[in-house]
Design a protein around this ligand. Sequence first.
Ligand code: PLP
Length: 394
Amino acid sequence: MSLNEKSVAYGAQKSSIREISAYAGERKAQIGAENVFDFSLGNPSIPAPDAVRASIEKSLTLPATQLHGYTPASGLPAAREAVAASLCRRFGEGVASAGDLYLTCGAAASLSISFHSVVNPGDEVIVIAPYFPEYRVWIETSGAACVEVLADPTTFQVDVAAVAAAITPRTKAVVINSPNNPVGSVYSRANLEALSDALHEAEEHLGTAIYLVADEPYREITYGAEVPWVPSVYDRTIVCYSYSKSLSLPGERIGWVLVPPTNPEHDELVLAVAGAGRKLGFVCAPALFQRVLMDCVDCPSDVEAYAENRRALTEGLSALGYEFIEPEGAFYLWVRALEPDANAFFERARTFELLPVPSDSFGCPGWVRVGYCVSHETIVNSMPAWAALADSYR
Ligand code: PLP
């Protein structure tokens, strides 16, 4: 029996983030959790707000057939209305309505649906490197080629000229992720406006339509930076969102895709999103958590714990002479490796029980990602190991 070769290959490829995290688990069992500094996974370290538990408890009083029943493929109308109302309160009247939203099992499904909505075989989708590694899998699976364009090497904003140079008649979409995993950068309004101008210019010149897929699971996790509402800057935007990070619910799988009314072919794109969901079997997101959204869509994220970790990590590493990009959002620190080969640097770090993720996995050499969604003690207690690692290069 011959299997789908691509699927076998994706299954056989290991995600280095998950491999390092699995290694951390083994190592903790061997030498004690307190002796391993696991900075690999983006699993929120702060608990979900109390309002989430209260909402679940309220739902548990519903009749079982209602509680556990199917919802419409795109989600409960009341849940989508709650999300749309929240977006209108925050970003302006009319930015979203319930009919523009399709509830999903997190940003992973939102992105897959977005690519399957717009891509035809042979198209190209541009990603800004360094990027979340799963983008490549989801883009390729939709039938497009994944085209990497490096971010500006000093600011890690979008290098607009490089994106413009990479656009071809086949370019169907550009994916942006701000606040950014793995760098922690937040794209400024000026940067997004320049990107918007470049995309419009290319569309006009080539006579094509180019979508901007805005992947925003970290939108609420910022340290003072403005995160512009992308559809107000570029018309052909699709917004992908998830409550994995903002409500600390990564295991519950709940998020959405929004087709903003700014899209010139809005109604058809809404149909394409529904069709992509159907095609992929991504229908009826977890009903219990759709109900949680009705109660918790505006629950503030407690970013203070991440802010404190960020402070401790940046102050500590800076005192030790490490170079890094000051993070404006998300919960990752992008640290320059102390040798050109990030994998070799990781291997050395591992001997000090430090487990960041080498940057090659994100499509960019020479750095490591340090996830600071960990306990504060992990950050504080890891400092002697970071010092010893730096010393080993002197
Ligand atoms: N996009 C980015 C940038 C992420 O970091 C993640 C998860 O870490 C995802 C998408 C997928 O998130 P979800 O848990 O909502 O599927």
